[in-house]
Design a protein around this ligand. Structure first.
Ligand code: PMP
Length: 434
């Protein structure tokens, strides 16, 4: 049981016993102790609309997830060295959502691990080491994953760029080098990969592959212009590399119109990485790839993860994907996402500080700008904290942290969407008045 006064003690305990680089959102942190669908309840029982968390994909505390996890824990939980029908059932379910050339699944414990494995697969398949990746990307917290995450290695305390990594400008057609008024922007962004490939070849690394969040999230909720990824993939493949789509944030129906982001691009990756939402809170990462790539990785060294692909993980993951289907959550993401975007576009017309509204389904961003068009980081922080005061949880992203991020569980409904727009309207009015 929690007592409301525990919050300050918890905060003090965190400061005493945890690393200082464990970040807390909001100047007045939230301490949720219960959840239901897209709502969280704090230590006083006060409700918050969760418009930020993508991990509870089918909603917080979903009864079917509770039931399946409890049932499996009552029976047994073990690893992939034993047979269990839940392993193949989960693999079949995952592969049923993907094009036929994906035939092999690897189950791990996080998005980080899946990306780390993707790096190993790409290198085993190609015999090369070089990687091309868009700037400001994020793929995880291990040494290898950080090396392909400019969002981390380029920070003041970061290790800097590894010799085997080449960055390309992120395909941001709102703020980047090629804008929406340029019909050739997708190809122009893709052409930036050419010198990156040449540089890696000249330095002797060759091309192991290209990795990108299909829609860059920490880069600022960016939707690359259609055709960008196919053009990049063509170049990478011509250089012998493998194309990796990090769908940790964009996959599993969140985009409404598409189950995976690469479908929007008309691109076919060689490796797809899933994480966060696929376990609805249970730690789970999945990598899918082709038979040919998996065979080149099967080079005599056993692949084993104690918890990756555990019976519990497989049953939980399959249940999440089944719930998305059974409850029509992809359709809901499309319907509510469209309603939200319409409302947010109304705010864009009304307030000069809203420079851009972008996104798809329930993967949305609102770029806040100063009168000279520069990034309005301070306003973004103000709005995020004021939304929290009114008990709506949203986030912020982008290299200058000026993009409001709305990415709720897929269960969110029309009234919630209208409330977000209404409350945001009032807060933006405060900003204009100040
Ligand atoms: N890739 C992307 C796009 C992510 O957003 C994240 C997590 N924010 C990761 C990988 C890493 O996943 P995890 O934290 O589960 O290791």
């Amino acid at each position: 049981r929690f007592h409301p006064t525990d919050k300050n003690e918890v905060l003090a305990g965190r400061r005493a016993h945890f690393g200082g680089n464990l970040s807390l959102t909001y100047s007045d942190p939230v301490m949720p102790v219960r959840g239901w669908k897209h709502h969280l309840f704090d230590e006083w029982g006060r409700p918050y609309l969760d418009a930020y968390n993508n991990v509870p994909h089918v909603g917080h505390a979903h009864p079917r997830i509770q039931a399946v996890a409890a049932d499996q824990l009552k029976r047994m939980n073990s690893n992939t060295r034993y047979l269990h029908p839940a392993q193949t059932a989960f693999a079949d379910k995952v592969l049923s959502k993907l094009p036929g050339h994906f035939e092999v699944c690897f189950f791990v414990n996080s998005g980080t691990e899946a990306n780390e494995l993707a790096l190993r697969l790409a290198r085993a398949h190609t015999g090369a080491t070089g990687m091309v990746t868009p700037d400001h990307g994020y793929h995880g917290n291990t040494t290898g994953a950080i090396a392909i995450s400019a969002y981390k290695f380029n920070k003041p305390g970061g290790a800097g760029q590894a010799d085997w990594v080449e960055l390309v400008e992120v395909a941001d057609d709102y703020r980047g080098s090629f804008r929406r008024d340029d019909p050739d922007r997708a190809q122009k962004f893709a052409d930036l990969v050419d010198p990156a490939i040449r540089n890696l070849q000249q330095r002797g690394h060759g091309i192991a592959g290209f990795i990108a969040e299909t829609f860059p999230s920490v880069g600022g909720q960016i939707i690359p212009p259609k055709g960008y990824l196919p053009a990049v993939y063509e170049k990478i493949r011509a250089a012998g590399g493998v194309c990796i789509a990090d769908e940790v944030q964009t996959g599993l129906g969140r985009l409404g119109d598409y189950y995976f982001g690469f479908e929007h691009q008309g691109a076919l990756p060689d490796i797809v990485v899933m994480g966060k939402p696929i376990g609805n809170g249970h730690p789970l990462g999945v990598l899918v790839t082709t038979k040919a790539i998996a065979e080149n990785f099967d080079n005599g060294i056993e692949f084993f993860s104690t918890f990756g692909g555990s019976t519990l993980s497989c049953r939980t993951g399959k249940e999440v994907l089944d719930i998305v289907d059974d409850e029509g959550l992809q359709d809901n993401a499309r319907l509510i996402g469209t309603r939200l975007v319409e409302g947010l576009r109304g705010l864009e017309r009304k307030y000069a500080c809203v420079g851009d509204v972008r996104g798809m389904g329930l993967f949305l961003g609102l770029e806040l700008i100063a009168p000279d068009g520069s990034e309005a980081t301070g306003i973004c922080s103000y709005v995020k904290n004021r939304m929290r005061d009114q008990r709506i949880l949203i986030g912020s992203e982008g290299p200058k942290d000026n993009i409001l991020k709305i990415r709720p569980p897929l269960t969110i409904d029309a009234e919630d969407a209208d409330m977000i727009v209404h409350i945001l309207d009032g807060i933006l009015r405060e900003v204009e008045a100040a």
